[in-house]
Every structure is written in C-alpha cells, then in structure tokens.
Design a protein around this ligand. Structure first.
Ligand code: ADP
Length: 398
C-alpha cells in the first residue's frame, strides 16, 4: 500500500511516497521557499533522474499540486493514477494532551491542531495548511495526523508537571509534552527487535542527537520521561537551542540588554546552543573541526554537549532504576562515533564497554557495545517517515 508522508513547515514541504509492504521509498522530495521568491521543487524518484522545478509557489496548495504532478509525471513519476495513493500521513508537531495515538483527520482534529498552535506557533499552523492543501488535492482518501508529542503522553504526572503554581496546568495545560516522539518510538521498537529484550520488562534510553536533540526513557515500551518540555527548548544543548537554563538568567539579560520576552526566547531558540557557545556554527561537524584545531569556545561547546547528554542518561537510569539498552540516533547519534564514545566514557559505572571495531559505524543499525557489556549500546538510524507511513497504514487498516 502506498502512503504519502507530508511534513509541512511554514515555507517548506517535505514528502515521501512509501510502499508499506516493501518498506521502500518510491519517491521523495522537497518544496522550498513557498510564498517567497525563488520557490523550488526537488523531486527524487527512486531509480530515475532527479527533477528540479523552479517556479513560483504562492502558497502550499500550489506546492501540493506540483508534488502531485511530479508523482504522476510520465518521465519522473512513480505512479500512474492518484488512486495508487491509499492515504496521507501528516507529521503534526503538537497534539497537546489530546492525542496519544495517530488519528484520522476530521474537523475536530483540525480544531485541536489549531488550538495547540499557542504551544507550537511555528509548526502547527504550517502543519494545518499542509493538511488542508492535501485534502483538496486528494479528497477521497484518509488523511492521518501523527503527532510528535503522542509517544510521550504515557509520562506520569510527576515527570510532566512543572513545579509552578498548579493552576497554570489546570487553566492552560502548561506541562511538559516532549517532541521527536515518532523517532523515539521507532528507535525504541528497533532496540526491542534487535536486542530480543522482553518488551514488557525492558528499560531503554534513546538519545536523538541532531540539530534538535532530545532524550527519552522508555520502560516496558512506554515513554516515562523525556527531555523536551512544553516546547522543544528544554533539555539538551542543541544546534541553536540552549536547553535547560535558570529562568533567572532571562530576567538578568532582559534588564541589562533591554530585551523583551520574545527577543529572549528568540535568543534561546536560535542563537544559543552549539552556535552561541562556539560562535562558529550550529553544525556539530564545524564545531568539532574548530575544537580539533584548538578553538577554546568550540571545545567548551563540545564538552558541554556531551556532559549534558551523559547527565540526562544518568538521571533516566535513576528514573527507571536501571537500564538495559541505550540507543543513539539522528545526525550526530547515527554518524559521530567519537561523540558516542565521549558520552559513554561517563557511563563506565554502568558496566558499559564499547566495541572498538563498531564504535565508528555510520548510518547503519549496529550494536556498538561488546558482548559482555552490562548495557547494550546501539547506533540506529531513525526513520520518521517510514514510521509515519506504518502508523498511518495501521490506523486505516484497523
Ligand atoms: P535535524 O533533523 O534536527 O535538523 P539531523 O538529525 O539531520 O538534524 O542532524 C544534524 C546534525 O548532525 C548536524 O549538526 C551535523 O553536523 C550532524 N552530523 C551529520 N553527519 C555527521 C557526521 N558524520 N559526524 C558528525 N556529525 C554529523
């Protein structure tokens, strides 16, 4: 069955057409600069030449129509008729407290996505625009929302509650939600598959380390804690985000620099993390290179990143009273053997021993700990699109 997976940003739209039977990608692509000058579609059909169309896309509807045309194109297409697409799976960032599973989209679901925009002002409105554009282009098939927050809905209240007056939780649903849920769910299930652990008696920590980074404690297949919060700002040090910070810092900088709360949040989201610390780049490879050349700020950024990840792993071992397996995923987790080793150096007390021959694997599923390591450590490429396609398939075939 072919499922079209859509991931819509405010000026971009990423897509993959996936055959869920063979788990293979038929085509994928990206519309960039939607609504601004220089719009471009890059369409990559598997086994055929790439197609690039540079043409104005005044809105997401135009973008979706161009994607459909590319998928059906005689030369660059991968399907002959629109009926070959059985459903569309939409990545939606925030499902608030309402959705712990994928859901078929109707007017009520759209209202929740809209109402959750307060928590995710950059993503949810864009996700909704993408949904409505796809509904117009493909009115006769199911459209399914798969939420980034869903996997984390099993967190107990002690883990998701902020220690601020309880009325803010009651009045506004202010609590921790967590993100990257599709990735954490996919990777933790892969760990169960690869390790042979009993799903009902397992303690797994998944470290999703990319430009955005988060870490999750998964006990018996269910998320019991995760590092991101109401928004993706909390937790680990990321490409441009600070992660955890004393809120008092904000008041101090606000007074000194005359910044308002929106400017401060922009600083924490876009100018902090690896970029802010190193002053060089948000990209971990650039920072690594500068650190290797002796740049002090880049060294501090790299060390602080690793240290924060190790501290979180320690706290999740405490949260679950143990750990059976740790998995690294996303850009850094999948590819950077040195970072994985640096993090695991802090974890010797758990009896972790890395396998020197495996530690530097890149972009493949691998056990990177030795057979006698007390905790199994994996590198596992995440595949959010495949997971969205599979969850969409499962829902419509219920
Ligand atoms: P996101 O999806 O959050 O934008 P990714 O998961 O693609 O991010 O991760 C991007 C990060 O992964 C970049 O900072 C990049 O430097 C890092 N990365 C990618 N490949 C490597 C590699 N081979 N070695 C080290 N870091 C890498």
């Amino acid at each position: 069955m072919n499922i079209l997976v859509i991931n819509c940003g405010s000026s971009s739209l990423k897509y993959q057409l996936i055959d869920t039977n063979s788990k293979s990608v038929l085509a994928k692509g990206l519309c960039e600069r939607i609504g601004i000058e220089g719009s471009k579609l890059t369409h990559e059909p598997v086994g055929k030449d790439e197609l690039i169309v540079e043409k104005p896309m005044k809105d997401h509807q135009v973008a979706v129509d161009m994607v459909m045309k590319a998928l059906l194109d005689a030369q660059y297409g991968v399907i002959k008729d629109i009926s070959e697409i059985s459903a569309v799976g939409h990545r939606v960032v925030h499902g608030s407290k309402y959705y712990s599973d994928p859901v078929q989209i109707n007017e009520d679901v759209k209202k929740v996505i809209k109402d959750s925009s307060d928590f995710s002002p950059l993503h949810n409105p864009a996700n909704l625009i993408g949904i409505e554009a796809c509904e117009k282009a493909m009115p006769n098939i199911p459209h399914v929302a798969v939420f980034d927050t869903a996997f984390h809905q099993t967190m107990p209240e002690k883990a998701f509650i902020y220690a601020i007056p309880y009325e803010y939780y009651e009045k506004y649903n202010i609590r921790r939600y967590g993100f990257h849920g599709t990735s954490h769910s996919y990777v933790s299930k892969k760990v169960l598959e690869l390790s042979g652990l009993d799903p009902n008696n397992s303690k797994i920590i998944v470290a999703h380390l990319g430009n955005g980074a988060s870490i999750t404690a998964v006990q018996n297949g269910k998320c019991v804690d995760t590092s991101m919060g109401l928004t993706p700002l909390e937790g680990l040090i990321m490409g441009t985000r600070s992660g955890d910070i004393d809120a008092g810092v904000l008041q101090y900088i606000a007074h000194k620099e005359g910044m308002d709360i929106d400017e401060l949040l922009n600083m924490l989201n876009k100018k902090s993390g690896m970029l802010g610390l190193s002053g060089i780049s948000s990209d971990f490879r650039d920072v690594r290179k500068a650190a290797d050349e002796g740049n002090h700020r880049a060294e501090v950024a790299s060390e602080a990143f690793v240290y924060r990840v190790a501290k979180y792993i320690g706290s999740y071992v405490a949260a679950m009273n143990g750990v059976d397996a740790i998995a690294f995923t996303a850009g850094v987790g999948e590819n950077d053997g040195a970072k994985r080793a640096e993090i695991c150096e802090y974890l010797g007390y758990l009896g972790i021993q890395l396998d020197d021959k495996q530690i530097n694997v890149r972009g493949e599923e691998a056990l990177i700990s030795t057979p006698d390591s007390k905790v199994k450590v994996y590198a596992i490429p995440t595949n959010e699109e495949l997971s969205i396609a599979q969850q969409t398939f499962a829902l419509i075939n219920k």
